[in-house]
Design a protein around this ligand. Structure first.
Ligand code: ARG
Length: 463
């Protein structure tokens, strides 16, 4: 089959070259966006008097028929189609004849693939936002449920201070909140229509790019044709957003693996989110959490792939750019599935407070609280820190807790300290008192939940 661009060629393409050159295998995903772009384009051409109303009607009807046929699987593309743009254009010419040949007036595949890509990504971003909103709503629900539940806070994977579980949930809430805001930024920055940039330099035909932009739901046309056909920043931004968000999912997935281990036993992941072993009958493995931790690797790879493709490309279009799609699609699919799996797994996970409580006696979780208590009594914090450090040393020698220290032992460390001066150093009192803005106290976590809920509701335009 002669290609649509075959006029100046004397020989057919080599078979291997055809296969190597074709993007139809993957860009057919964007068929519906390609048709939307063509319909907007021909509508503008008719409004500008470049094609007649009847020609436009015929082309639009032909394109809608092709959309339906592709949807129903009645059109099977192959490497002769080269890419989705020519695949659809040649089907249109088959369908409606000569008039179909007018569609490609004042456009190029260079701007066409860009309008498809942007339309497709905008649609997917909205879907990913929905999933992130769902994840955030699950987090808020759990944070409320566990707002008063105390757990161990770690630094360096060592017992640090007592915190509430609701506080842990709200920490992750903030990460995904930033992911959402990054994604909205990306969407708004990419919301410009490249169609009509043509090959690289615009056109001599009297087109109206503002009209096409409006018809396709973009905020405005892009400013510079040469940049428009060469720009893949929006994909790179999306891949960066995806990488950062996958990293967040992976960090929490890592915590799930630990929490689910026999050593921790903080949670028991729901059976429906675990798998067994083919040899060890007793095994119930946290595979989904591990797989999520692993999936981030592919998304980082997708980002590095496209950054590398772009780094040596001069203006304007280069065929290298065709390599922008598979990594983007892979990241979209992976991120979308990962959010969904994680949100559902989280929803089904309950915490084993009896197991968590067993850890409170280890690691002097209330040490900082005692030092702060001394500081409130006028002892300079640096001294208070040293006093509690010596209390820890004494306890470790004796194998006991702060509560077990005698007045004599305390006075030997510092004459200002008695058992009574320690005040209430119970784990609950410690947590309840951490009311500083952004702190872990249940009252403060509830404020964070309220603020987070209001923020989520303020995004209703994106829902
Ligand atoms: N399949 C191409 C791509 O995805 C479309 C643009 C091709 N343009 C060209 N002049 N070869 O990048």
């Amino acid at each position: 089959m002669a290609s649509l661009w075959g006029g100046r060629f004397e020989k057919e393409m080599d078979e291997l070259v055809k296969q190597f050159n074709a993007s139809i295998g993957f860009d057919k995903r964007m068929y519906s966006e390609d048709i939307d772009g063509s319909i907007a384009h021909v509508t503008m051409l008719a409004a500008q008097g470049i094609v007649t109303e009847e020609e436009k009607e015929q082309i639009v009807r032909g394109l809608e028929k092709i959309r339906e046929k592709i949807y129903n699987g009645d059109i099977v593309f192959n490497v002769d189609d080269e890419d989705i743009h020519m695949g659809i254009e040649s089907r249109l010419i088959e369908e409606i004849g000569e008039t179909g040949k007018k569609l490609h007036t004042a456009r190029s595949r260079n701007d066409q693939c860009q309008v498809d890509g942007r339309l497709y990504l905008k649609k997917e971003i909205r879907q990913i936002l929905h999933r992130l909103f769902y994840l955030e709503s699950v987090i808020l629900k759990k944070a409320e449920k566990y707002a008063d539940s105390i757990t161990v806070g770690f630094t360096h994977m060592q017992h640090a201070q007592p915190i509430t579980l609701g506080f842990v949930f709200m920490a992750y809430f903030q990460m995904f909140r930033r992911d959402i805001s990054r994604l909205i930024d990306t969407y708004e920055r990419m919301d410009f229509c490249p169609l009509g940039s043509c090959a690289l330099a615009g056109t001599t035909l009297p087109i109206d790019r503002h009209k096409t932009a409006e018809l396709l739901g973009f905020s405005a046309p892009t400013e510079n044709a040469m940049d428009s056909v060469s720009d893949r920043d929006y994909s790179l931004e999306f891949l960066s957003d995806a990488s950062i968000s996958m990293m967040h999912l992976s960090r929490w997935a890592e915590e799930f693996v630990w929490w689910n281990s026999q050593e921790f036993s903080y949670i028991a992941i729901d059976d429906s989110y675990c798998t067994g072993s083919s040899i060890m009958p007793q095994k119930k493995n946290p595979d989904m959490a591990e797989l999520l931790r692993g999936k981030v690797g592919r998304v980082y790879g997708d980002l590095m792939q496209l950054l590398t493709v772009m780094k040596g490309t001069p203006l304007a279009y280069n065929k290298d750019f065709q390599e922008d799609k598979e990594s983007l699609f892979d990241a979209i699919d992976t991120w979308k599935a990962s959010i969904q799996i994680f949100a559902n797994m989280l929803d089904k996970t309950e915490f084993r407070m009896d197991q968590i409580e067993k850890q409170f006696s280890k690691g002097f979780l209330n040490a900082t609280d005692i030092a702060e208590h001394f500081a409130k009594q006028g002892i300079p914090f640096r001294q208070a820190h040293s006093i509690v450090g010596q209390m820890v040393k004494t306890c470790e020698h004796r194998g006991c807790d702060f509560e077990d220290l005698t007045d004599e032992e305390l006075q030997a460390i510092d004459p200002r300290v008695t058992r009574e001066s320690l005040g209430d150093i119970g784990i609950k009192a410690c947590v309840d008192a951490r009311v500083s803005y952004g702190g872990t106290a249940p009252s403060e976590v509830r404020r964070q939940i309220k603020e987070g809920t209001e923020w989520l509701e303020s995004l209703s335009d994106w829902k």
